[in-house]
Ligand binder design. Structure first.
Ligand SMILES: NC(=O)c1ccc[n+]([C@@H]2O[C@H](COP(=O)([O-])OP(=O)(O)OC[C@H]3O[C@@H](n4cnc5c(N)ncnc54)[C@H](OP(=O)(O)O)[C@@H]3O)[C@@H](O)[C@H]2O)c1
Length: 309
């Protein structure tokens, strides 16, 4: 199976384009909207008249009346929870989760005791969804579309999670550590479908696109990173081209009540990871993610030591 995902045959909506008026005044929060794909999507939506809140570490864009910036570090689950709780999710039409990193060559652990890629690219999303999905869109005028939640990652492949080493503590390989975040993000989509039936949730597989995502593993400003980015830029679509294809999904009526759908780099629906469909794998992944989040965020009596990870 291709890691780009197999296109579904049971639902073929074609290349979606949305009525320009559908974007005007839509409120969208983009976690990771400060860089890469999230930044390109935020630009596309702002140009179409949406009101976008971008959340990330550093805003690189000039001020624009259509953009609000919230500074946050999503490698910390405590900080992520605080930011998510403060977000007025009730007033938003959609939340996009694009923030993330690629695991570095040497295993890194956050001050909260989590493998850094796992914390930043997967568990922080788990926290955001738990804190916002139940409130999402609840205070908008009646009669509008159902609120939408989009989870970026690399869904639709055949990766599996080793439940005995979710934190990659025993056998660290950066590719496996990042692969774990891919499985957990697709499981988050499945989990949200059942836990938050008032929300339509979608998983996003962008394929390969030139961004800064490989900086952690190849080295920021390194020659090899620049060569990788040049090659990817030559061979694959740009973030801006991808953003133009993706923007209609945020507002298009075709997605209404299609919760759980996954989309490829051309915004075409794709099949899920078969391993997550088998047995109780999806529920076990959800339980593992919940347990790791709780090991950081659950209140502990001050006399007890921090839970082992
Ligand atoms: N590009 C690809 O080829 C590709 C392929 C498959 C999947 N994906 C997935 O697509 C999503 C977007 O990736 P991308 O290519 O756009 O990556 P990117 O260019 O590296 O951008 C990542 C974004 O995440 C933010 N971020 C990273 N660490 C953060 C932290 N600790 N706290 C707050 N924000 C943080 C960055 O914010 P700052 O810039 O402010 O730090 C930036 O806005 C990710 O889920 C990625 O796994 C990408």
């Amino acid at each position: 199976m291709s890691s780009m995902g197999i296109v579904r045959k049971d639902w073929t909506p074609g290349q979606l384009t949305a009525d320009p008026s559908a974007y005007v005044g839509r409120k969208v929060a983009i976690f990771g909207g400060t860089g890469g794909l999230g930044r390109a999507i935020s630009e596309a939506l702002i140009q179409k008249g949406a009101a976008v809140t971008v959340l990330g570490r550093v805003l690189k864009d000039a001020p624009h009346p259509g953009r609000t910036f919230v500074a946050a570090d999503f490698s910390s689950l405590v900080q992520t929870r605080d930011v998510a709780q403060r977000l007025a999710a009730e007033t938003f039409d959609a939340i996009l989760l694009t923030h993330g990193i690629f695991a570095s060559r040497v295993r890194e652990v956050t001050p909260e005791g989590l493998e850094k890629d796992l914390a930043t690219s997967a568990l922080s999303r788990w926290v955001i969804v738990r804190e916002t999905a139940g409130r999402l869109g609840r205070q908008r005028p009646a009669g509008g579309k159902r609120p939408r939640l989009f989870v970026w990652g690399f869904p639709g492949g055949e990766r599996q999670l080793d439940f005995t080493d979710v934190q990659s503590a025993r056998n660290y390989r950066w590719s496996t550590a990042h692969g774990n975040t891919v499985v957990i993000n697709e499981a988050l989509v499945r989990d949200t479908v059942t836990k938050f039936p008032e929300v339509d949730v979608f998983g996003m597989n962008p394929g390969i696109i030139k961004t800064n995502i490989m900086a952690g593993v190849l080295g920021q400003s390194s020659l090899v990173l620049r060569v990788q980015q040049a090659l990817v830029g030559l061979l694959f679509q740009s973030a801006e081209t991808y953003a133009k294809k993706i923007a209609p999904l945020v507002v298009h009526p075709e997605l209404e009540h299609r919760s759980g759908a996954l989309f490829n780099r051309h915004a075409k629906p794709i099949e899920p990871n078969p391993w997550l469909l088998a047995a109780d794998n999806s529920a076990r992944v959800a339980a593992a993610a919940d347990a790791l989040v709780a090991s950081v965020l659950a209140p502990r009596p001050s006399s007890q030591p921090k839970a082992p990870h």
